[in-house]
Design a protein. Structure first.
Length: 448
């Protein structure tokens, strides 16, 4: 290699995970980075995104804090801040049963603002290529480069491929083929073959942005104007929070058919300009605040929530997958993007390690896999449990209204205690410990 360059990294996919990875890698002048994005421009579908303190710390390390403060009144780090108010809403008179207050709260961003901040911070030396949809890769034995094949017939080469191409990842499909080719038992090959396609979670999300003035005109005292709120009920819930300095309300209505989890979703996964008539029926009889929100929603985006199956490895040689490509999860922890950011940052740290060379890349990627795969799986599992609690589907929280008002409230408070327990990792923890563990693993492997 000339000019002090250690190796070339190709990142396929310019979503949250891909952009954070490029940003983190651009700290290392000896690593050359290309991003290949399938879309004609870098775009994020208009909606909100919540970022927890654990992820915020990474963004601060990457120098993004000042710009984040510019687009929202971010809560002070560590300061007890109200996050969500929880209401039992599937009845004519709903009631608040819990207010979640957490250290440092939640950053509630407009996705487009967040993406602009990331793009602004990515170094000019990172080359970006749009309209480049990865179809597959071929990976000869090292040191020969990996060849990427794109839908437009073009090809490119790299020494490391990072697949950050989302839930329908082509990198993931090729990686599974690699794993399958190396598997010896027929059963393992069959099991791997079944892991290519994501699974429908049984959940549909209807997403929309409501101008706050519209909501204020409908009900000047509506809680959602100032207060992030979750309206919970049987088999469905609604999440709202203000974004864009309070000018817009991010609205997501979830409907969950737990019995359909794992079946094939009949239709397009993402449908813009949906009809509100297709989903309001699920909230019939819910409290007036919910009815007001539904009246204000226009042209919602219908999103059938799919998840990735748990793979035995996120790595094959010099190829690695991150974010939704690796472990797309349900959104009931608001943590999919946070997990993509953790993947990207930890992976970049390993690739930037002084001992990572063309020869040791697979060892660095193995350390990433060993630390990040179980952690993302744990978060995915908690997210499923949250989804069940939010829709009163866990056995112990079904039909609470039959227990009488006092016991119902007591049970709801108990359930809220589980929300806190499930979420604590996202404000208590730091990624530093995981990075140390991964770096140590890598250094030991290099010395062997
Ligand atoms: C309703 C809902 C609410 C959510 N709320 C939150 C939240 O509050 N907080 C949170 O942390 N997470 C949240 N998530 C999850 C979060 O949106 C995702 O986990 C996150 O966007 C994943 O980032 P990613 O970069 O891995 O993938 P993506 O954001 O999907 O990006 C993938 C990129 O790759 C490109 N691409 C696709 N195929 C190819 C290809 N073959 N070649 C090249 N490029 C390709 C795409 O165009 C895209 O730009 C939510 C998800 C949903 C559905």
């Amino acid at each position: 290699m000339t000019g002090g360059k250690k190796f070339d990294v190709a990142i396929c996919g310019g979503g949250v995970g891909g952009l954070i990875c490029a940003l983190a890698l651009s700290k290392y002048p000896d690593i050359h980075v290309d991003i290949y994005e399938a879309a004609r421009t870098f775009t994020e579908l208009g909606a909100g995104i919540g970022i927890w303190p654990r992820t915020r710390k990474i963004m601060k390390t990457l120098g993004l804090e000042e710009d984040i403060q510019r687009v929202l009144n971010a809560p002070r780090e560590g300061e007890p801040t109200p996050v969500f108010t929880y209401r039992k809403s599937d009845q004519s008179e709903g009631f608040e049963f819990f207010q979640m207050v957490t250290p440092g709260g939640l950053l509630m961003l407009h996705r487009a603002d967040f993406q602009q901040i990331l793009l602004k911070h990515i170094s000019q030396v990172v080359k970006t290529h749009t309209s480049k949809r990865l179809c597959s890769y071929s990976q000869p034995s090292s040191p020969s480069p990996i060849t990427l094949s794109f839908e437009d017939g073009s090809t490119a080469t790299c020494n490391v491929l990072i697949g950050a191409d989302g839930i329908r990842s082509s990198a993931r499909a090729s990686l599974i083929r690699d794993l399958s080719a190396r598997a010896t038992a027929t059963n393992d090959k069959v099991a791997l073959g079944r892991m290519v396609e994501p699974t429908w979670s049984g959940c549909i999300a209807w997403r929309s942005l409501i101008p706050v003035e519209k909501l204020r005109a409908a009900d000047p005292t509506h809680h959602a104007i100032t207060q992030p709120t979750q309206y919970l009920g049987k088999d469905a819930y609604i999440l709202v929070y203000p974004i864009s300095q309070g000018r817009m309300i991010n609205f997501v209505a979830f409907q969950v058919r737990h019995d359909l989890e794992g079946t094939v979703f009949p239709g397009h996964w993402v449908t813009p300009n949906g009809s509100k008539e297709d989903f309001v029926g699920a909230y019939k009889g819910w409290e007036p605040e919910v009815q007001t929100l539904l009246k204000c929603v226009e042209k919602p985006l219908r999103w059938a929530i799919h998840t990735a199956k748990h793979l035995p490895s996120l790595v094959s040689g010099r190829v690695v997958i991150i974010g939704d490509a690796a472990h797309a999860m349900t959104p009931h922890q608001g943590s999919g993007a946070g997990q993509a950011i953790e993947d990207a940052y930890l992976l970049a740290t390993l690739l930037g390690h002084p001992s990572t060379t063309l020869q040791t890349i697979p060892l660095a990627l193995s350390a990433y896999d060993a630390v990040r795969r179980p952690e993302a799986r744990r978060v995915a599992e908690i997210s499923i449990e949250n989804g069940k609690m939010f829709t009163f589907h866990l056995d112990e929280y079904q039909h609470l209204e039959r227990l009488g008002p006092e016991v119902e409230k007591e049970k709801l408070r108990e359930m809220a205690g589980r929300f806190i327990k499930n979420w604590q990792w996202s404000w208590m923890g730091e990624i530093g410990g995981d990075i140390e563990r991964a770096v140590r693993m890598f250094e030991v492997a290099v010395r062997r």
